[in-house]
Write a protein that binds this ligand. Structure first.
Ligand SMILES: [Zn+2]
Length: 387
């Protein structure tokens, strides 16, 4: 074990520094300590940077022959966020695709499920009448009610379906649309009651590997007075970008991504779908609204565009055998010319009794993401679903 880890870490050397976007690549042989200086002299309108290093090991699956693996250190220049991708690892198929190993779990969890139609009225909390006079918000198959253990001043749950379980590609457009619509109704109720709570987040942890404690499909809705750490990073960086360049970062990004095509999936109404250059997780897909910066700005048309896009994402994920995901929005507090409403979806491990989680010490203790999929490959594989 000790020998293996020693082999893995030997041979790291900075080989080249590549600056992408504007279809321009800079290849410079520089020692590590000059990296920051390089960042300062590159064109500010560039969006991303990449360093590639090589790591050497003697591979036991190849008679301990010396092997060199390439690792990409990618950075999003807007925020400074970074991730690492092992190119060889990204080519390895990760998701188990054999059978529904969690069918027993689904069956067991259906007994006395609080979110199922027979129990939902008696087992789930109700809103204070000052917030929602009816106690709960209902639309189609969706019911919105308070989270029993909130982690925000305003924290609700919305069921997506009456059925206890649906596979990732079984949600209907109507179910997704109604869930978004009912969630927005909740956000508007909060805003009309509390002028300070202006940062809404629409999120979905689908199945236990994504952090869901309840199998029954449901989304999480929070509204805070302050944005989350990462939302703040994006909102503030986009304001600085706008002040400096007099243009919206996301619109500029979409323009570049559409031209280049490597990570561009397609447009569905007023939303463009791309894979992120510096993802927050595996197989990340990102939806960027063209004309809306806040969840409060969504109308029926944009809700429909979003829902159609989400359905395509869920269907596309089945190609990879993805059954579990996290989804979350990044929203401005109101319409903001420097920002655009974003929705990011990442794949999570296959649901089974024993599995490796995809978050380790790098993600949890160093806030640095190790990504197992190459965004360009994901886009190339899944593009057909967005045409
Ligand atoms: Zn249920």
């Amino acid at each position: 074990m000790e020998q293996a880890s020693k082999n893995v870490v030997t041979g790291n050397r900075l080989k080249r520094y590549i600056c992408l976007s504007s279809l321009q690549a800079l290849i410079v042989n520089k020692p590590r300590h000059n990296y920051q200086n390089l960042l300062e002299v590159i064109n500010l309108r560039d969006l991303f940077s990449k360093r590639s290093i090589e790591s050497e090991l003697r591979n036991p699956t190849d008679d301990f022959n010396l092997e060199t693996q390439e690792i990409e250190y990618r950075k999003e220049l807007l925020t400074g966020r970074a991730c690492r991708i092992n190119v060889k690892r990204s080519e390895r198929k990760k998701q188990a695709q054999t059978g529904m190993g969690y069918s027993e779990l689904i069956e067991l969890s259906a007994k006395n499920c609080y979110f199922c139609p027979t129990n939902i009225k008696t087992a789930t909390p109700m809103f204070p009448s000052s917030l929602v006079p009816e106690g709960r918000i209902k639309l189609g198959e969706t019911t919105v009610f308070p989270n029993l253990f909130p982690f925000a001043k305003y924290h609700a749950v919305a069921t997506v379906s009456r059925q206890h379980f649906l596979g990732i590609d079984e949600f209907t457009l109507r179910q997704i649309q109604d869930t978004v619509k009912a969630s927005l109704k909740y956000f508007h109720c909060v805003r009309s009651k509390d002028q300070k709570a202006v940062y809404p987040i629409f999120s979905w942890n689908f199945l236990p590997p994504a952090g869901a404690s309840v199998i029954h499909p449901h989304v999480q809705l929070t509204v805070d007075e302050q944005p989350t750490n990462l939302a703040w990073l994006y909102l503030s960086a986009c304001k600085r970008y706008y002040a400096k360049h007099k243009e919206n970062y996301w619109m500029h990004l979409l323009e570049i991504e559409k031209q280049e095509g490597e990570r561009f999936l397609g447009e569905i109404g007023g939303v463009s779908w791309i894979t992120s250059y510096v993802p927050l997780g595996n197989d990340e897909i990102c939806g960027v609204f063209h004309d809306v910066s806040s969840l409060y700005g969504l109308d029926d048309t944009s809700i429909s565009d979003l829902s159609k896009g989400l359905k395509r994402v869920f269907t596309a994920y089945t190609l990879y055998g993805v059954h579990s995901f996290n989804l979350s929005t990044f929203s401005a507090s109101s319409e903001d010319e420097s920002f655009r409403l974003i929705v990011r979806i990442i794949a999570r491990p296959y649901p089974q009794s024993y599995y490796n989680n995809d978050a380790g010490y790098m993600e949890r203790l160093h806030e640095e993401v190790i990504v197992e999929s190459m965004p360009e490959k994901v886009a190339s594989d899944l593009k057909e679903y967005f045409g």
